[in-house]
Design a protein around this ligand. Structure first.
Ligand code: COA
Length: 383
């Protein structure tokens, strides 16, 4: 486990590289036609306005945490490290099952990542890029060697399924990456994290602490507690502005030109937002990764899911410049430039012994949980 160095001690340059990735999507698919069966809409309207054809919806036995866990296991497999090697687990989410314990703590327990700190991060659809930046900074500062950053959501649980202007947009899923310290230059080069809280009411989910909720079960803007409310047109204008602006800023910080970007992996909200951003940036739309057609908007999960698919499709090569850009509730937005520095998946050989060790650790996690709970019970009955 990494330790902070005392001030003034000798340090060599450290870089933060993505070395593992994984994704998890519920099996159940809901098409636009399925939605048209219970609200007044149709496939043509939804596809023309958003680029979405279908989304995945969690089964009742699935949760944000189970999706996060499944994506995390894949990421550890690709990175070929043990859960006990992790120093930090961050889950970016707006759909945690609990205010606390955090989703990250649930995942930490299930993985048996006994050396890791764990917390959830709330920055809506920008959350994954926020989390990656925090983890990269911690790695570069020397206090973390290996971090797991996850974006995971069950948006289906906070959708008002009678509101046709929002229920067509969202889906469920999770994506995860392992970020590791390395002395090879590259990895996370720059980032821009921003917020404009004055626009908070444009995209909101009133929750347990909402002042309005003390009087009635109706939250901000007259919307239901725990359900999404959105001013679609305003959010659209905000998104097209910040995607191009923040990518330009992140490029300047990374000392590269916008033309040097090989692939943009944007938050998958709406294909028209990406078309407008590509026009503004003067980047060919073909350089924008897009899978919104199959998954809809999975909020904090959308960027890591799209990153995984870009890797699977061999759209990322060593030394490519990748731009990540997220935007959403808060309002928040975030851009990041990464110089890709890990071998292509085909060149990676997971070690058999480590794979077996990981499986043993997952099994042990359950036993460890039972043992700890039992010990706590015995202790309190003896007090
Ligand atoms: N099916 C059919 N008609 C619909 C509809 C649906 N699912 N949802 C809304 N409409 C209707 C409206 O009621 C309105 O009808 P009216 O003119 O009779 O009042 C009409 O379509 C136009 O509505 P409008 O809201 O102006 O549509 P739009 O072109 O702005 O598209 C969004 C709506 C939501 C697709 C678009 O605003 C959007 O994508 N915004 C960004 C949302 C987003 O990405 N949020 C997440 C960011 S993280």
């Amino acid at each position: 486990m990494a330790q902070s160095s005392p001030p003034g001690s000798e340090t060599t340059a450290r870089f933060a590289h993505i070395t593992g990735w994984g994704k998890a999507l519920p099996e159940q698919v809901m098409t636009n036609d399925d939605i048209a069966a219970f609200v007044e809409t149709n496939d043509d309207w939804i596809f023309t306005r958003t680029g979405i054809r279908q989304r995945h919806i969690a089964h009742e036995a699935e949760s944000t945490a189970t999706l996060a866990y499944n994506a995390a296991r894949q990421a550890l497999e690709v990175a070929d490290i043990l859960p006990t090697d992790l120093d930090m687990i961050i889950v970016a989410t707006s759909t945690a099952e609990h205010i606390f314990p955090s989703t990250a703590s649930q995942v930490q327990d299930w993985l048996n990542a006994s050396e890791a700190g764990a917390f959830d991060l709330s920055a809506a659809c920008s959350g994954f890029v926020y989390g990656l930046q925090l983890a990269a900074d911690s790695i570069r500062a020397g206090s973390t060697d290996a971090a797991l950053v996850i974006g995971a959501e069950t948006m289906s649980r906070i959708i008002d399924w009678t509101d046709r202007s929002t229920c067509i947009l969202f889906g469920d899923g999770a994506g995860a990456v392992v970020l590791r310290a390395s002395d090879t230059p590259g990895g996370v080069l720059s980032s821009v994290l921003r917020s404009d809280g004055a626009g908070g009411d444009l995209l909101a989910v009133p929750s347990v602490g909402s002042i309005d909720a003390k009087e009635s079960p109706v939250g901000v803007n007259g919307n239901q507690l725990y359900k999404i409310s959105m001013a679609g047109g305003e959010v659209f204008k905000f998104a097209t502005r910040v995607v191009s602006e923040s990518i330009e800023q992140a490029c300047r910080l990374a000392r590269i030109q916008v033309e040097d970007i090989d692939l943009v992996i944007p938050h998958q909200a709406n294909r028209r937002i990406l078309q407008a951003a590509a026009r503004k940036l003067g980047i060919d739309l073909a350089k924008f990764m897009s899978n919104v057609e199959r998954y809809g908007n999975t909020s904090a999960a959308s960027i890591p899911i799209a990153l995984c698919e870009a890797i699977e499709q061999r759209r990322i090569q060593s030394r490519d410049h990748i731009a990540l850009v997220g935007f959403g509730g808060g309002l928040t937005w975030a851009s990041m430039i990464i110089r890709w520095g890990v071998p292509k998946p085909s060149e990676q050989h997971g070690s058999l012994i480590k794979r077996q060790q990981r499986h043993v650790q997952y099994r042990l996690a359950r036993l460890r949980r039972l043992r700890r709970r039992m010990a706590r019970r015995l202790q309190s009955s003896g007090d």
